[in-house]
Design a protein around this ligand. Structure first.
Ligand code: COA
Ligand code: ZN
Length: 308
């Protein structure tokens, strides 16, 4: 496996389904995850073990984890917000839990109903709980590229919160543009600073395409040296606690772009497109993904017959 490989983390069944207007039946979630596991994605964020009152669409987290097929190359991960969620995630045998805190106090309070400091205090307990379980730990930093309530966040604050994760021994960190406020120049600045300051951290970038800047932000992230990206099949997604949040960057459009650029992802694009079509049938509404509609750049068309 070359070091230049870009790793894709799929978040559709968590970030995507949490925002769906209708509950996606458990067996349909399982069917989709099993198809996605065959495509070569590095990670799938299967679900979250949070309060079902906060996120009713993912109230079936245990049943989904129990029903999915496990494959050695794809890590199945789940978002958690408190020790109760970690207990549930360990019992459900996830490969990895994903902690989440926001850079902005106001978004953190809205999302998990506590201060940023209180979130980190709780993470200490979670790190202890996970010791010896074999369950890995990764983390997200929401609103890194802007908060819908407070606007842009100071770079020093972003860096110091990364530092707090590092102090806890957490070195897989996704910098998230929760509501698609980031622009490529800012992404390059923040991601470059993070990579420079914390060479021991394996960074991922999590983008939403709310304002059409998603794939441009990926390019900026690549230029900053980041090799992991979180995206959602079909471009589904959002955060119910962030006004205006819409779809994540679309996985199949991202993989297509990277392959066209000559970069390797290990993802089987035709299979991924099949999964995107399955997703369309599951949610029964149009999806923002473009390659599934247009075909790949290599799908050539017959020339039209000359008009007589
Ligand atoms: N799993 C299941 N139930 C949980 C739970 C968990 N991990 N954590 C809390 N609950 C339940 C409690 O039992 C309680 O239920 P009750 O009202 O029937 O007694 C209720 O949820 C509230 O619990 P409490 O501890 O008071 O939490 P809170 O109201 O302060 O909310 C969180 C804090 C973190 C639990 C909640 O805000 C949450 O789950 N947020 C997740 C947000 C999210 O996933 N956002 C999208 C991703 S960025
Ligand atoms: Zn998101």
């Amino acid at each position: 496996m070359s070091d230049n490989r870009i790793r894709i983390h799929e978040v559709v069944t968590r970030d995507g389904f949490q925002m769906e207007p209708r509950f996606v039946p458990t067996e349909r979630k399982i069917e989709l995850i099993n198809q996605l596991s065959l495509t070569g994605l590095a990670k799938i964020e299967v679900t979250s073990f949070v309060s079902p009152k906060a996120i009713p669409m993912l109230a079936d987290a245990e049943a989904v984890m129990a029903g999915v097929a496990r494959r050695p190359d794809t890590r199945l991960v789940a978002l958690v917000a408190n020790p109760r969620g970690v207990e549930r995630a360990i019992a459900a045998k996830v490969d990895e839990v994903v902690l989440v805190v926001s850079v902005s106090e106001s978004h953190n309070r809205t999302n998990v109903r506590r201060s940023v400091g209180a979130s980190f205090d709780g993470f200490g307990e979670i790190v202890e709980m996970l010791k010896g379980t074999g369950v890995g730990i990764a983390a997200g930093l929401a609103t890194t590229f802007g908060c819908p309530f407070e606007g842009a966040q100071p770079l020093e604050r972003v860096l110091s919160l990364i530092g707090r994760y590092v102090e806890l021994g957490v070195t897989n960190i996704a910098l998230a543009d929760t509501t698609g406020m980031g622009n490529p120049r800012q992404v390059r600045e923040i991601a470059s600073a993070a990579v420079r300051e914390y060479p021991q951290v394996e960074f991922a970038l999590h983008f939403h395409n709310t304002r059409g800047m998603g794939l441009a932000n990926v390019l900026a992230g690549l230029e900053a040296g980041v090799r992991r990206y979180e995206s959602s099949l079909g471009g589904l997604g959002g955060c119910p606690y962030a006004p205006g949040a819409t779809g994540n960057i679309c996985t199949e459009d991202l993989v297509h772009m990277l392959h066209e650029m000559g970069l390797e992802t290990g993802v089987d694009l035709p299979r991924l497109l099949d999964a995107a079509r399955l997703l369309g049938r599951i949610v029964e509404h149009e999806l923002p993904g473009q390659v599934v509609k247009a075909g790949t750049s290599h799908d050539l068309h017959p020339m039209p017959e000359p008009v007589a």
